[in-house]
Ligand binder design. Structure first.
Ligand code: AMP
Ligand code: MG
Length: 569
């Protein structure tokens, strides 16, 4: 891969007089993982479990337990994210096996690393579940990247820890590919997320009952190296509050504020309150982004909620294909639909309320907690409405008729099975023609809706087509009001650019991830490599890759892994 940095500030004039090598010099120097310096601020600054024996047990008065990964038979690198390597200053291993891959497979702990599993609890599906913790994730250490920022390297699937309960500490290839691909795809969609550096096969099999139907079978095992400033979750605080370990609770809060929210100042009761408010704000923005791109997390338990407001723990997630607020990709949640698309804002609020309860011993001013929760609602609403306006190419949703325009659209999208991504992208081609007469005035219903045809999974009946065309005429009239209200000659272009940046063309549809998984299982990395490249530019047309933006083919509708997924991973 070229190491030239795309946003270096060398002008055309400069490049004419400078040797070409100058651009390459701009990129950070990368070093082998084995030569990196590691820090361990989490371990150094927080109380650890005094016991070291690695058997499942209840841990008390600690934020983590020191535990090394369990070696695997034959670690082999399957995929590597160069941009994450560059963030860390780590070079891509030049062979699929070798010392760096031994580290990424958990077979080698480097000098300076102090691996640990974090202790956390959580509310799962609405109920307090007690101690959960990193049952298969092990943080190796922290690296300070060329940008000066510190990030954790965490192996998911690295073997048992004291938090593994009855499970095996491992992960299968299919869920690892999905986490690897999706965390990177989300980053390029501009959705806050943890990242992924590498995907390694373990050379071992893992037994999973994929459908929970009494048919366990061996599957290929894998390990993802995840990267984030911190993997601390709401649940890290909940477990400490639940056990009344208030000194440790305060120490964890102070650590997180010092390391990750330094702009809030030294920890104090008022800082804690502002910190909670900021967590609420970030969570509000996060959920608005999920809704914007049609992402459904699938398991929004409080142990899967990042304290930094990142998307974390990719499991049975999915992207809306047919637009439906009730849709969940998680078969385990098919009955209650607690974590369906439309519930995500409400669940985030519920989860923040659990966090507020956990932080209450630190924040005596309970009105401040209420205020934080209100900030969540306000942030989400403002962000979501702004993003919806962008998606529709409207300056704002401030007109009196806008709420009805949006809710009528959502109803329409649910009446005929309509692909969310394709619909909004297709809206860019609807002839709004903000200057002069609109050709839409003389077009019949079918012609008007033509740019949206690709989005329909079933052919709309004529009455439905008429309703859609009716909506489109209202929409065009509304968009033209914005044009009339501005005198900018480039208004039409600005409008389309805003729509383009809010409406991705390429998302990681479950069936695409499944194709990458099946190819990798046959030792073919070409599908995952192509997906990784295309998903780096989700808002660009990339005409050569059109077929990755098509609606889900019918064969994938009910195929396992292509639509719904279980938690088994
Ligand atoms: P999740 O549903 O993936 O968020 O996981 C919930 C809890 O189960 C967390 O504490 C995980 O660490 C733990 N867990 C999930 N899968 C495994 C596994 N294969 N081995 C050990 N712990 C696991
Ligand atoms: Mg989890």
């Amino acid at each position: 891969m070229s190491q030239a940095n795309s946003d270096h500030s060398v002008t055309a004039h400069d490049t004419a007089v400078m040797p070409a090598i100058a651009a390459i010099d701009d990129s950070p120097a990368l070093a082998d993982l084995c030569d990196m310096q590691f820090d361990n601020s989490f371990v150094r600054e927080l109380p650890g479990d005094p016991e070291i024996h690695n058997i499942p047990r209840a841990v008390r008065n600690a934020c983590y337990t020191r535990v090394d990964p369990t070696p695997v038979r034959a670690p082999r690198l399957l995929a590597w994210a160069d941009p994450v390597g560059e963030l860390l200053g780590v070079s891509r291993p030049d062979s699929p096996v070798g010392p760096a891959v031994e580290v990424l497979g958990g077979n080698r702990v480097l000098p300076g690393m102090q691996p640990y599993a974090a202790r956390y609890g959580g509310h799962q599906f609405g109920h307090w579940a007690g101690q959960l913790g990193d049952g298969r994730a092990i943080t190796l250490g922290e690296i300070r990247g060329p940008d000066g920022k510190r990030r954790e390297l965490q192996l998911k699937g690295a073997g048992k820890t004291p938090y593994s309960r009855t499970a095996d500490g491992r992960a299968v290839l299919r869920s690892s590919v999905r986490e690897f691909l999706c965390s990177e795809a989300m980053h390029y969609l501009r959705v806050p997320t943890t990242r992924a550096l590498s995907l390694a096969a373990t050379g071992e099999t893992v037994v999973r009952d994929m459908f929970y139907d009494g048919n366990p079978r061996p599957e290929t095992g894998a390990i993802v190296c995840r990267v984030a400033p911190s993997f601390v979750r709401f649940g890290n605080f909940e477990i400490l509050a639940a056990h009344n370990e208030l000194d440790t609770l305060r120490r964890l809060a102070d650590y997180v504020i010092r390391e990750h929210f330094p702009e809030l100042g030294a920890p104090s009761p008022s800082t804690y309150a502002r910190w909670f408010e900021e967590i609420c704000r970030r969570t509000g923005t996060l959920i608005a982004h999920w809704m914007r791109v049609g992402f459904v997390h699938g398991v929004m338990n409080t142990d899967n909620m990042s304290i930094l407001g990142l998307t974390i723990d990719y499991g049975p997630y999915g992207w809306l294909e047919g637009f439906d607020f009730q849709w969940t990709p998680n078969t385990t949640d098919a009955q209650g639909r607690r974590y369906c698309f439309g519930n995500q804002p409400e669940i985030a609020h519920w989860n923040l309320t659990r966090l507020a309860t956990a932080l209450a011993p630190l924040i005596e001013d309970h009105a401040a907690l209420e205020y934080g929760l209100a900030v969540f609602g306000e942030t989400f609403q403002t962000a979501w409405r702004g993003m919806l306006a962008d998606k529709l190419g409207l300056v704002s949703l401030a007109h009196e008729e806008d709420d009805a325009l949006v809710s009528d659209l959502f109803n329409l999208l649910q009446q005929v099975e309509t692909d969310m991504t394709l619909f909004f992208r297709g809206l860019m081609a609807v002839p709004v023609d903000v200057q002069g007469d609109s050709p839409a005035d003389t077009m019949d219903d079918a012609a008007l809706a033509a740019p949206l045809r690709r989005a329909f999974y079933t052919e709309p009946a004529s009455a439905q087509m008429a309703r859609l065309a009716g909506w489109l005429r209202r929409y065009i009239a509304r968009a033209r009001l914005d044009a009339e209200a501005t005198s900018l000659p480039e208004f039409a272009d600005v409008r389309l650019e805003r729509m383009r940046c809010a409406n991705p063309k390429y998302v990681l549809r479950n069936y695409l991830a499944q194709q990458a998984i099946e190819a990798l299982e046959q030792d073919n990395a070409s599908v995952i490599t192509r997906l990784m490249e295309v998903l780096k530019h989700p808002y660009d047309e990339q005409p050569g890759h059109d077929e990755l933006a098509h609606r889900r083919p019918e064969w994938a509708r009910n195929k396992p892994g292509c639509s719904a997924l279980s938690c088994s991973s």
